[in-house]
Design a binder for this molecule. Sequence first.
Ligand code: TGC
Ligand code: FAD
Length: 386
Amino acid sequence: MPASVDFLGLDELLSNEERLVRSTVARFVDQRFLPLIVDHYERATFPMELVPELAKLGLLGMHLHGYGAAGMNNVMYGLACQELERGDSGLRSFVSVQGSLCMFPIDRYGSDEQKQRWLPAMAKGEVIGCFGLTEPDFGSNPAGMQTRARKDGRDWILNGTKRWITNGSIAGLAIIWARTEGGIRGFLVEKGTRGYQAHDIHHKLSMRASVTSELILEDCRVPADHELPGAQGLKGPLACLNEARFGIVWGTIGAAIACYQSALDYSRTRIQFDRPIGGFQLTQEKLVGMLTEITKAQLLALQLGRLKDAGRITPTQISMGKLNNAREALRIAREARSILGANGISLEYPVMRHMANLETVATYEGTSEIHTLAIGEEITGISAFK
Ligand code: TGC
Ligand code: FAD
């Protein structure tokens, strides 16, 4: 909650340390990231030059403990995600995938050797990770995955295709989820392994400053010790999603704040019919609606953070946060775009870039429909997925 968008005075519910993490990340985003984003967005590239700085700030795997991770609490992780996504969803995505989708499963399901080998290097940003769950024909329904792993002696042989994978082609390590005779398992596949390739997906109109790839596994042989020993069944990857979805609950507030602030500033200076457009009641209604939804989203995120820090959060509580905050941030971005009129479609302002990104954010990590059904199943006891 930057002081500028803290209508209910929620800042006083944060500790000094939590506020310090937020202001440190905010400064990094303002000074180092925002000057670069327009160019990267236009060229559809991720600013790799900032990875060492993200690592130095302790943001990679920041809510994990040991093995070089910063060991911060979940509210700090959330506040960092908020500030990163105030910059761009692609920046928060990079950090989410590295920490919550790659380091987290190694930390939770990996052997001691796997943790020693990968976690310190990933916290330093020396190794980038990616998380391969989605396939061309299985997105919302990963239980149907076609990627297979079969035993050959002590090795595993992997075959299949993963699609829409963030950081795929820049990753030195892919976490691949595959079906085995004993159910779904996770495997560590290193870049350069024969039979493993990553190709970028081009022509994206959303998440342009983020690398998105297709991963192809053709008779890709990995040794037995590249299997994550503690991950058994679909709940293995789904538990990782809880971590990343929690980051999105907060990150989307940052994108919404960027849009709201841009629209508010514009409404004070843009003159039509001889007065600032912020003086028209219809514009004020839009701005007040945005601020109200941001404030509700902040309360939701903070309570989820406190529950997570107390070890009491449930997956469907996270679903509610992801569903609401991604949906409302997208609505706010669209409303802000309308206040900026024609200027709203330009990259010179952050609004349409956030709006385009938020279309992805509402889709990945479980679509709005999937989160609705997950909560619906919990409250009725009846599954409506199939
Ligand atoms: P279902 O039978 O309900 O569950 C199978 C097992 O998993 C357990 N489980 C969970 N465990 C932890 N956390 C969760 N959120 C869990 N949800 C379910 C469940 O208890 C069960 O355990 P057990 O012990 O009984 O075996 O499974 P289902 O096949 O019916 O599917 C449920 C559904 C639809 C909710 C799930 O498939 C789902 O979440 N689908 C959405 C897929 C998704 O979100 N994909 C995201 C891919 S990664 C990504 O998008 C990264 S974006 C990168 C970035 O941030 O930039
Ligand atoms: P589908 O599952 O085909 O859904 C299409 C539509 O049908 C949606 O509206 C959906 O809600 C609806 N629908 C589906 N089932 C139901 C139902 N039972 N009831 C009602 N409606 C339903 N995946 C990874 O594994 N790793 C990554 O790093 C990653 N990064 C991504 C980055 C980007 C930029 C994008 C766009 C996606 C990424 N994804 C990643 C994939 C993402 O998780 C999937 O796109 C998402 O889970 C939805 O799957 P889908 O696109 O196949 O849509």
